[in-house]
Design a protein around this ligand. Structure first.
Ligand code: ADP
Ligand code: NA
Length: 327
C-alpha cells in the first residue's frame, strides 16, 4: 500500500481552497492508502503568531478535519513528533541556499520587507521535505501552490541519497487535483484564497453558517457581463472563472457543463445556485465542527493517539537517517 502524507497549518479555520485542494482528496485517499495527516504547527511559527490562538486553532482545525471525514487515527500535530524537527535540521544542512532562493512562496509571503522575516519562513520547505520523508511517504495530495516545494523535497532526497551513497529516501509524487487546485480569493481574483488573507470576506471557512456562506457568495467580486457559454468567454475574468470552477468542483461537473447550464444568465441567479450548493455540502461540516469543538478533551485525545502512531512509523526511519549522517 502506498503511503500518503499531507499537512495543513493550524493558523486558522480551514477554507474552501484547503477543502477542494487537499482535505476532500485526503478523505478519498484514506480508503485505500496508508495515510498520515498532520497539523503542521511548527510551520505556523514561521509568521507572527499568538500562543493562545495557536492552541485554539490546533483544536479547531482538528474538529474541522474530523467533521470533514478524516479518520481520527491518522491525524496528529507536528510538534508532538520529534522526527520532524530532527530530520528537518539534517535537511537544512543538505538543502542549498540557491535552491531556497528560487521558492516563490517565500517571495510572496516575505514581500519587499525580506530582512524582517523569520529564518523559519526561509527554511520552511526543508522542514516540509522532512515532514514527508520522515515517513518514507511517496504520495502527497496538495494544492497547486505546493508543487515547487515538492520538487525541492525530491532534490533534497536525491542529494541526501547521493551524499550518503545509499538509496534511502524514495521519490515523492505530488497528487494535485485536476480541477480547483488553486481556488482564488472571493475579493480579488488574482490572489489565492488563504488563511493569512486579512479579509474574512475573501474566503469561506469550514465553520461558516449557511447565512455566512450565502452572504460571502453574494458579496463575492464579479463583473457586469452575463456568463459566457464557453471557456474562451472567461478570458480576463478571473473572478467569474473562480466561481464557476468552484461550482464545477463542488458538483463534480466539468467547467464546460457548468458553462452550458448557466450560459447567458446574470451573476444573481448563478450566485444563488452556488450558495445553495456550498451550503448543502459545507453546512453539515460546520455543524459537526461546532459539536466537536465542545469536547476539547476528546480532540486532545485524538491528537495524542495519532502522534503515537506517527512516532512509531517515523522513529525507525529518522534513527536510520541519523546513523547515516554519522550521529
Ligand atoms: P493556507 O495557505 O491557507 O495557510 P496551507 O498552507 O495550510 O493553507 O495549505 C494546506 C493545504 O491546502 C495545502 O495542500 C495547500 O496546497 C492547499 N491549499 C491552500 N490554499 C489553497 C487554495 N487557495 N486552493 C487550493 N488548495 C489550497
Ligand atoms: Na499554503
Amino acid at each position: 500500500m502506498q503511503r500518503v502524507f499531507s499537512g495543513i497549518q493550524p493558523t486558522g479555520i480551514p477554507h474552501l481552497g484547503n477543502y477542494l485542494g487537499a482535505i476532500r482528496n485526503w478523505v478519498t485517499l484514506q480508503k485505500d492508502h496508508d495515510c498520515l495527516f498532520c497539523l503542521v504547527d511548527m510551520h505556523s511559527l514561521t509568521m507572527p503568531w499568538s500562543p493562545e490562538a495557536l492552541r485554539e486553532q490546533t483544536l479547531a482545525s482538528t474538529a474541522c478535519l474530523l467533521a470533514s471525514g478524516i479518520d481520527p487515527t491518522r491525524l496528529y500535530n507536528q510538534s508532538a513528533v520529534s522526527a520532524h524537527a530532527r530530520l528537518g535540521w539534517i535537511f537544512n544542512c543538505v538543502s542549498r541556499l540557491g535552491w531556497l532562493n528560487r521558492m516563490t512562496q517565500f517571495k510572496d509571503k516575505a514581500g519587499k520587507n525580506r530582512e524582517n522575516h523569520s529564518a523559519g519562513l526561509y527554511v520552511y520547505p526543508n522542514l516540509m521535505a522532512a515532514d514527508i520523508l520522515a515517513f518514507h511517504a511517496t504520495r502527497v495530495p496538495v494544492g497547486d501552490d505546493q508543487r515547487q516545494h515538492l520538487e525541492l523535497a525530491n532534490d533534497i532526497a536525491q542529494k541526501f541519497n547521493h551524499d550518503m551513497g545509499v538509496e534511502f529516501f524514495p521519490l515523492i509524487e505530488p497528487l494535485i487535483p485536476p480541477h480547483a487546485a488553486r481556488v482564488m480569493s472571493l475579493r480579488d481574483g488574482s490572489k489565492k484564497m488563504s488563511k493569512s488573507d486579512p479579509s474574512a470576506q475573501s474566503r469561506i471557512i469550514l465553520n461558516d453558517t449557511a447565512d455566512e456562506i450565502a452572504q460571502k457568495i453574494r458579496k463575492a467580486r464579479t463583473d457586469a457581463e452575463p456568463l459566457p457559454s464557453e471557456e474562451a468567454g472567461l478570458e480576463g475574468r478571473p473572478e467569474a472563472r473562480n466561481l464557476l470552477t468552484i461550482y464545477a468542483a463542488m458538483s463534480n461537473k466539468t467547467l464546460a457543463d457548468v458553462l452550458t447550464q448557466f450560459a447567458g444568465q446574470g451573476f444573481g441567479t448563478f450566485k444563488q445556485a452556488l450558495a445553495d450548493l456550498l451550503v448543502e455540502t459545507l453546512a453539515p461540516v460546520a455543524d459537526e465542527t461546532r459539536r466537536l469543538m465542545d469536547d476539547k478533551a476528546h480532540l486532545m485525545q485524538v491528537l495524542r493517539q495519532g502522534a503515537e502512531r506517527a512516532r512509531a512509523v517515523s522513529e525507525p526511519i529518522v534513527s536510520e537517517a541519523e546513523k547515516l549522517v554519522g550521529f
